[in-house]
Design a protein around this ligand. Sequence first.
Ligand SMILES: Cc1ncc(COP(=O)(O)O)c(C=O)c1O
Length: 391
Amino acid sequence: MSFHSEKMQKIKPSGIRELFAKAQGIPDTISLGIGAPDIHTPDGLKKAISDAVNFNFNNYDQSPGNPKLRKMITRKYKEEYGVDYNSEEGTIVTCGGVQLVYIALQTYIQNGDEVLIQDPSFLTYPHQVQLAGGKTVWMPSTNDFKIDIEKTKDLVNEKTKMMILNFPSNPTGAIMKKKELKALVDIAVDHNLMIISDEVYEYYTFNDKKHVHIGAIDGAYERTLTANSFSKTFAIPGWRIGFGVSTAEIMKPMLGYHAYVIANATTPAQVALANFMDTEEAGEFQTFIKNEFQQRRDAIVKGFNSIEGIKCHNSSGSFYCYPDISETKYSTGEEFSNKSFEEARVVLVPGTEFGPSQTNYIRASFGSVNMAKIEDVIHRLTRMLEHSKGK
Ligand SMILES: Cc1ncc(COP(=O)(O)O)c(C=O)c1O
């Protein structure tokens, strides 16, 4: 007897979660698989959550989010990008950025609507589009992993409803310049599309590159929902606290959906974040983690490029790099990832997890490995490929 619904039969399990499970408990494995910082949560934030529990902030909170935290979030956007959001009607706190994108798609996508997503992208998007009854239309990338603007123009038709943007990008680390993003916003304006801009890696930009908040671009504000999260910013992915900002009009139906499925994101975590967000320690932590990732990025990109047959772009942000392995003996990302796990005990994610044309690539998360491990990974992969040549 099967109780499976038709919609779930089309959803395949997350390849990254499977890889993660496969690597668990296997000794001497180094995982560059999961997108989570290996850095510990700042002590002040740990104390803030235990204080919140001890001071009895354990009840339900307001469904759109703890009021003080929502005020802090809108203050952040004003101070950092000069953009005003309404803390009561235009701000929501969710169970991670993932839940925010989910409720947005459930709210705004109907059967047959088309959603433009970059090939490659964070693997959750197309599955969430499918769960909402929509269809993913892949926006091709340029050689440096920006969205190909001209080709994107040709993809828009009367069914196109939305475009999802994510810069700095998971999985490539690419960043688009303001004027390039403006060209995408113009497409959205010309065809009346909504934009979800997933900016969870906003603080991880390298070599003094500045993050561009899409809501600040001319024409974007009234059609954009910005998705964000504390998971990466304060190294608390397990707390599951994300947030979103937009206009009151876009936010209103989403608040209704959120109230029915979640009620509210975890109360003590929200209280702790509200008390921690603008402390000196929070600022120092952000500087520390950004510098650490920059150092790791430099080492891992250089390391990959030193291996014969591998070419790796210099990732400009996030904590991923995305090497092309097509000139090695293992010419698809899937084969490379299987071999690197079996023979070198290194977990890497095949590019095909992120988009249909990504057969040549693997994604490596340097958020989860320190400098010593990066050196070890490069050494293991070099050895694996030298050994494979002799076969
Ligand atoms: C681009 C992007 N958006 C959103 C998320 C979700 O983060 P969370 O749900 O932990 O806030 C991730 C996590 O890897 C991500 O890479």
